[in-house]
Design a protein around this ligand. Sequence first.
Ligand code: GCW
Length: 677
Amino acid sequence: AEDGYDLWLRYRPLADSAQARYRPLATAIAAPQDDPSIRIAAAELHRGLTGLLRADVPASADAIAPGAILLGTGGDRRIAALGLPLSTLGREGYLIRSVRVDGKPATVIAANSGVGVLYGAFHLLRLVQTGDPIDRIDIRSVPKVELRLLNHWDNLDRSVERGYAGQSIWDWWKLPDITNPRYVDYARANASIGINGTVLNNVNAKADSLTAPYIAKAAKLADIFRPYGIRVYLSARWSAPIEISGLKTADPLDPAVAAWWKAKADEIYAAIPDFGGFLVKANSEGQPGPQDYHRSHADGANMLAAAVKPHGGIVMWRAFVYAHENPDDRARQAYDEFKPLDGRFADNVIVQVKNGAIDFQPREPFHPLFGAMPKTPLMMEFQITKEYLGFATHLVYLGALFEETLASDTFAKGKGSTVARVIDGSLEGHARTGMAGVANIGVDRNWTGSQFDQANWYAFGRLAWDPEASARRIAADWAGMTFSTDPAFVAPVVDMMMRSREAVVDYMTPLGLHHLMATGHHYGPGPWVDDLERPDWNPVYYHRADAQGIGFDRTKTGSNAVAQYAPPVARQLGDIRTVPERDLLWFHHVRWDHRMASGRILWDELVTRYDRGVAEVAAMRARWATLAPYVDADRHADVMRFLAVQAREAQWWRDASIAYFATFARRPLPAGSPPPA
Ligand code: GCW
């Protein structure tokens, strides 16, 4: 039975006609055996092509038959003889070309490293999986972003913070002696989409993860991942020197503290020579940090950075801070704390910023820090796991969300200063660049808790490689590889995926509403909650509904958070006449009878959007039902069951939200509204 374990690397036989087309173009794999990554590339091609073409496609060191696929780096004699332009590919880029070798037609996959060749092999496989022609090809691909990382919020007891796919795949008790074949499949899947690093443990870190036994466990995983081009990183707990070694302080300017971290870094690098570095959540949500000692984020980050610097390591310092004193607007805090530090971070520090200023909502305007710290490399943090978007049960394609943020224009250096260009370093001239995704992976057979959540892992990797790639194209690749390449299947599924994001916005938090989820777990509606210990945890703090209207005034008359954006953006968002409706209630407190673009008043529009979200899920469900002929019965039924839950819960969101907001608006439902379920 199909259970989704194979992800997008299924390699089931293509249709007979397609097999016949590809077979002469994939007769054998010629690959040198001395590079571990190239050996893996050859093995993957062998496995993939043999499955897809139902023909043995042998891998060997030298034989060049007509139709061979030749792998290698510029160091190989045969590749060198082809005179390919490898010099601009960097370490990870690759070329795939139709060439002639010894007079015979062949396809070459060439790069400057074995990992580059491996990426190219996965690309060639994708072409075959999705039915793209591979005769006369000439592909050049170079990643635009240097660090393409998963962040696992995995705890050492194997629970996963905000994880909805079962326990952590890291079996800490059995490591390092016993390893799971799943670690290899994890590495294959990540390499296939260009992910080159993984932070193994939760940012809410335990000091234990930096002790000798855990370093040995992490080292074992690093050994497994290395030939797949994946480096291991660890989240560091700020107070670890106190907790592990009994130091009196964790003050970053105390020489004993700096010496402790230096020794710790040396110890880690002795076990993991290519250790990537540390990820740090400090002075946020009660975590310890340098501010406990009246030092700045830069003081903290730079001290750690000095410890890993001799080994080539980096520090990723998170800007997700909101803290102790209650600010009048939580959305302002990261900018207020970090912007003044621009230019004060060491050159091996990169500041990791969430896509929006609150917290991974179904929709947030881009974070105002993007474009605002030109002297500091900023990396993106997206959340692949759907903490605020219905966990693993709701079908929401996040490619659309990621793309929307990346395409947003910061106007930091005039028009065209997109978030993507901040992230890829081209806007401000940074070589150090990165994108992190909070992983949605667990021990469930299908890895991500649902079939369609695999698409979010996939899309994250592809967009990290190229932040300007099209989410729609990526969805089409994924759907073709994962289910069926039949256009009668792909077209409606891609359409459904692309619309699914707007659907969840509509039925949970339309028109710029945010943070209305139930307390703690964030599943289901809770807009009425107003009794939590901190005001900025309460949904009422965010929607601010009253008899006059609804929404958070972030303009001059309110918190003025809008002023954190570059002037053209601030002007547009700060003016109720020009703000896009999708962000309206994020920035403005708006009267219930405000006239919307549709001609409806705000209250009616709000209700209409909630209805629209519910209707969209009903349409998704009806559509998926018609696609049964293209999908194996098990996975089809699996998705069907999830959509039934989503349909019910979209109604729950709508009915609960409208009933609650009606107590302020005191207006009838607009004519034609469907009755509550
Ligand atoms: O989204 C919030 C989550 C916390 C998380 C925190 C963070 C890891 O609710 O679970 O903690 O953000 O990103 O640090």
